[in-house]
Design a protein around this ligand. Structure first.
Ligand code: MLT
Length: 347
């Protein structure tokens, strides 16, 4: 795949950089990535997931270089359109796009014409007229990126919509697990997602990608924060996917290979779902004692931002089993891979 046209910047055999070119099996040939948008991971096949993982390996190599920048998206306008607060996801997308030499524009809805009543559709059309070829959108309303995709001529990348989906988080979580689990595979592993599942787009997207990759996913939390998941589990997510829903924390943690704690999303919480944060921490917080129920080498993850002392104890978050910083670092590589693949599919 060759996206940049200036031979001085992109030698004919080397788009990503020295040692990696279009003939390298680590890099997707144009056309193998069939998706114009990335709205969720539920549409990704196992082959798609493998391609993202292998392309991310290449991006990790790029990031290890003294100057982690390649010309692959030179001339491409990438606009980050964030209607909700974010630190790591927004910065991560910006760094990823800049590492690929894209022209990056950041729009924060609270400082844009949205405050004057402009609709999402008008905003998207305006950004397209201003040169955006990729829009990365975060929105508090589930489905907003799907609406944007219907009215945008380029690619839409969902950076988190309401409680619905957060596809790049799920992909970076899968990548991080594969990088740290013995044997490099999640198939057959017990992965526990613990906490405020009800409000979590991270949990929903992870359920699709992790069960597709063969993990047995256990979703655990107070019954009020699992609503709807029982029915989903009973209906089955399809085929041989394994998915268990429980409020029994001990059963969930016992012999787990991965424990992912989720933030208690106070901004989306209705009254009555939890007696108090203190009660939640006492009954469901991931402490060192509870983590001892999992396998000795179990991986600890959290998508961030964390409420330390609530869903995760500070010593667990900073402990030797924690991959929380690796998740953040891998987020840049995964987002570079996705931008590269989306652009390649349209080049
Ligand atoms: C998200 O945007 O969903 C975050 O990564 C997780 C959270 O907000 O707790």
């Amino acid at each position: 795949m060759k996206l940049a046209s200036d031979p001085a910047l992109a030698p004919a055999t080397d788009v990503i950089g020295a040692g990696v070119g279009p003939d390298d099996e680590n890099v997707a040939p144009a056309g193998r990535w069939p998706h114009r948008h990335l709205l969720d991971v539920d549409v990704l096949s196992l082959d798609d997931l493998e391609l993202v993982m292998r392309t991310t390996d290449t991006m990790v190599e790029v990031l290890a270089r003294p100057i982690p920048k390649v010309p692959a998206l030179r001339g491409w306008g990438v606009t980050n359109l964030f209607y909700e607060a974010s630190t790591r996801t927004r910065v991560s997308f910006e760094v990823a796009a800049k590492n690929l030499s894209a022209d990056v524009v950041n729009v924060t809805a609270s400082a844009s014409s949205v405050t004057k009543g402009e609709s999402l559709i008008d905003t998207v059309r305006t950004l397209e007229a201003l040169g955006a070829r990729v829009i990365v959108i975060r929105h508090a309303t589930s489905g907003a990126p799907y609406l944007a995709a219907e009215h945008f001529g380029g690619s839409v990348l969902n950076a988190g919509d309401g409680a619905h989906a957060h596809p790049t988080q799920a992909l970076l979580d899968l990548y991080t697990m594969r990088a740290h689990l013995p044997g490099g595979a999640v198939a057959g592993r017990k992965v526990v997602i613990l906490g405020d599942v009800l409000h979590s787009r991270v949990a929903r997207s992870n359920l699709w990608s992790l069960t597709a990759a063969g993990a047995h996913v256990w979703v655990c939390g107070p019954a009020t924060l699992l609503r709807g998941f029982d029915a989903w589990s009973a209906a089955g997510v399809g085929g041989s996917r394994r998915f268990t829903v429980t409020s029994d924390l001990e059963a969930a943690l016992r012999d787990a290979d991965v424990v992912m704690a989720l933030r208690i999303q106070r901004e989306r919480m209705q009254s009555g779902l939890l007696p108090s944060l203190r009660e939640y921490a006492a009954r469901f917080g991931l402490t060192r004692e509870r983590l001892a129920l999992a396998r000795p080498e179990a991986l600890v993850m959290h998508p961030g931002p964390m409420n330390e002392g609530v869903e995760i104890a500070p010593d667990v978050a900073a402990g030797s089993q924690s991959l929380i910083t690796d998740q953040v670092a891998n987020g840049v590589a995964v987002r570079m891979a996705i931008l590269y693949l989306l652009a390649g599919a349209r080049a």
